[in-house]
Design a protein around this ligand. Structure first.
Ligand code: SF4
Length: 373
């Protein structure tokens, strides 16, 4: 059976740091973009040669903010990728962008390089909330970005939204969802805000100057997201992701289905033939050529990871795929945990797949604890 291979490229530059963000992204380092482009191209070329130029079927450029790169820099990275890893026919190639920095020239470089999907960080439609979380763009810029992408020939568009900001009302979330649906993207990611330690937003919450919505409000927000997007024709296929039929993000699907992927750039991680590889997180360390960390995933870790990733999908983990990869069935690997949570109504079997029930979707961590026992 053909194995999928995804490619991930990390762009660690951002114009500013959003108030909730603890991703490996660095404002104030724009002067390093050219050196970073060259280092990326060297890494991609060397890795392609070392692995014998395997075919790739998905590509994802994320960050950070890829749209702060100059069009010629992104074009150079794309040339290196295509030369090192031939792209399968029917491939999916996504680039993330921030509406604040997205330009028609950048989109043209993507389209000419063969990109066919854009993921735009929109987050919320209210200026008040965008300001609160430190985003430097308006909703008008989101709409303009969608329009520019379509003009450049990239019509497969995802919008990222967030729910659960301090002070966000259910009505405001509903307005953001309506505004996003009106732009007719093919995919919508709706992430619940996670308070990451040390970020300005988590400090403000700890000091009491901002309050998060309570658990009941979060449940109501999840229900509203599912209801509005369901009515608009989006299929809920992963905990935080919704797509029109046939437009699920294949790159992320491959990751959730535990396929191999290679990561390039500072802080990028990969998983290839049972080994994990993580590049140094700092831009300068990466530019200086510091070696990546490598480790072999044990059989036990691999079984747990495949379940942990697969349960994120609404359709769940495929029993046959698990057995093919792990050499044992889900019941042989995790019988007691599966029996406990199917009896308790948090897990169910559907067409040979093990999935979280609607109640289980909000309690995934509780379920997973028993798979670790
Ligand atoms: S644009 Fe994205 S990566 Fe950059 S600071 Fe904001 S959330 Fe983090």
């Amino acid at each position: 059976m053909k194995r999928s291979l995804g490619l991930y490229v990390h762009i660690p530059f951002c114009l500013r740091k959003c108030a909730y963000c603890d991703f490996p992204s660095h404002p104030g380092q724009m002067h390093l973009r050219e050196a970073y482009t060259q280092a990326l191209c060297r890494e991609i070329t060397a890795r392609g040669e070392a692995l014998g130029h395997p075919m790739a079927d998905t590509l994802f450029i994320g960050g950070g903010t890829p749209s702060v790169m100059l069009p010629e820099q992104i074009a150079a990275v794309l040339r290196a990728l295509r030369a090192a890893f031939p792209w399968e026919e029917g491939y999916e190639a996504t680039c993330e962008a921030n509406p604040e920095s997205l330009t028609a020239d950048f989109l043209q470089a993507l389209a000419e390089g063969g990109f066919n999907r854009l993921s735009l960080g929109a987050q919320a439609s209210q200026p008040r909330l965008l300001k609160l979380i430190g985003r430097g763009h308006s909703w008008e810029q989101v709409a303009e970005g969608v329009c520019m992408a379509r003009k450049a020939g990239i019509s497969n568009i995802n919008l990222d939204l967030m729910a659960g900001f301090p002070g966000q009302s259910l009505k405001e979330l509903g307005e953001s969802l309506d505004a996003a649906i009106a732009l007719k993207p093919r995919h919508l990611s709706c992430y619940g805000l996670i308070l990451e330690e040390g970020t300005p937003l988590s400090l403000a919450v700890a000091e009491g100057s901002l309050q998060l919505p309570g658990e009941d409000a979060e449940i109501a927000m999840d229900a509203l997201i599912r209801e509005k997007l369901g009515k608009a024709g989006y299929i809920h296929y992963e905990i935080s992701n919704h797509a029109l039929c046939g437009f699920e993000c294949r790159h992320n699907l491959n990751c959730w289905e535990y396929a191999d992927y290679l990561g390039f750039g500072a802080a990028a991680a990969g998983f290839y033939q049972g080994r994990r590889r993580k590049n140094p997180a700092g831009i300068q360390d990466y530019l200086d050529g510091r070696a990546p960390e490598e480790l072999t995933v044990t059989a036990e870790e691999s079984r747990f990871e495949q379940v942990m990733m697969g349960l994120r999908l609404i359709k769940g983990v495929g029993g046959a795929a698990f057995e093919r990869r792990q050499g044992m069935s889900l019941m042989e690997a995790f019988g007691p945990a599966i029996e406990k949570h199917t009896a308790g109504g948090l897990l169910a079997w559907k067409e040979g797949r093990l999935c979280l029930t609607e109640e289980g979707l909000g309690l995934m961590n509780l379920v997973l604890v028993d798979f670790l026992a």
